[in-house]
Design a protein around this ligand. Structure first.
Ligand code: ZN
Length: 267
């Protein structure tokens, strides 16, 4: 067993991969991806995985929204309504195919089901700092919303440009500019409104420790691209990392709770 000194790790192994610690998931998806079948992509199956790992709420953008725009967003809002407090939506900014006015009408009408926006330059082909994203980023900045960005190495400059311009939105760096950990940690140090998120990061042993050594653990958020990857593995990898149990609890829940508590009342 790894981390024999960690009470959390000992308990996790004893219980067969079940953690009593609450989890907030900042990076999930829902539904099938174009023609690919996602065995755990339905809301019910996602809830099954969430319940097994004590994940209280998953913040998601659907595969539909990422690939064809927001034409199914009302269905997703219905899913959020049906499971109060369990799912919250990032509205996807599908850049060149977006209608900002229509999107914001929906966003405001169903405000309690949204936490902010999702940028995915690898799907949309539009860089984060492109003028097509501007109305959404300005809106997010005016309202202090979350913006989850798909970040990967090569996308450092366009995302830093967003941070230079917008000081009030909260930019979550999904994948931590894989595998530019040092840059990510320094961004978290230098910009108050930047938060590293762990999807894909925990595949690499030592990556989390490297970031924590630079920026501490108080801004790092948990996520794993569920249902692509499993909570059991990711939580296990977090428990195997060479950080303190307090830092693990902060990453799993406390850091995220601080970000969400003012806008998500049903956590
Ligand atoms: Zn993702």
């Amino acid at each position: 067993m790894i981390n024999k000194e960690s009470n959390m790790a000992i308990e996790y192994v004893k219980e067969g991969g079940v953690s009593k610690y609450k989890v907030l998931d900042f990076h999930a998806h829902m539904g099938n991806l174009v023609n690919a079948y996602m065995p755990f992509g339905s809301p019910e199956k996602m809830l099954y995985l969430m319940d097994r790992s004590n994940v209280r709420c998953a913040l998601f953008s659907s595969h539909h929204d990422l690939t064809v725009g927001n034409r199914f967003i009302l269905d997703e809002i219905e899913i959020c309504k049906k499971h109060p407090g369990r799912f919250k939506l990032y509205m996807t900014v599908f850049s060149r195919h977006c209608d900002f006015k229509e999107d914001i009408k929906i966003f405001e009408k169903y405000r309690e089901h949204f936490v902010g926006f999702k940028l995915h330059p690898s799907y949309s082909g539009i860089m984060p700092d492109h003028s097509l994203n501007r109305p959404y980023l300005e809106y997010a900045d005016a309202h202090g919303l979350l913006v989850l960005g798909h970040t990967w190495s090569g996308l450092e400059t366009p995302y830093e440009n967003v941070l230079k311009k917008y000081k009030n939105l909260k930019l979550i760096g999904g994948h931590c500019f894989y595998d530019n950990w040092r840059f990510t940690a320094n961004l978290a140090l230098n910009y108050e409104n930047f938060y590293p998120e762990l999807t894909a990061v925990l595949f690499k042993r030592g990556a989390l420790e490297e970031m924590v050594s630079i920026c501490g653990a108080n801004k790092i958020l948990f996520g794993c691209d569920m249902p692509w990857f499993s909570y059991t593995y990711y939580i296990g990898a977090l428990l195997s990392a060479e950080i303190t149990d307090q830092q693990r609890e902060d990453i799993l829940w406390n850091n995220g709770y601080v970000l969400l508590k003012d806008q998500v009342r049903d956590l």
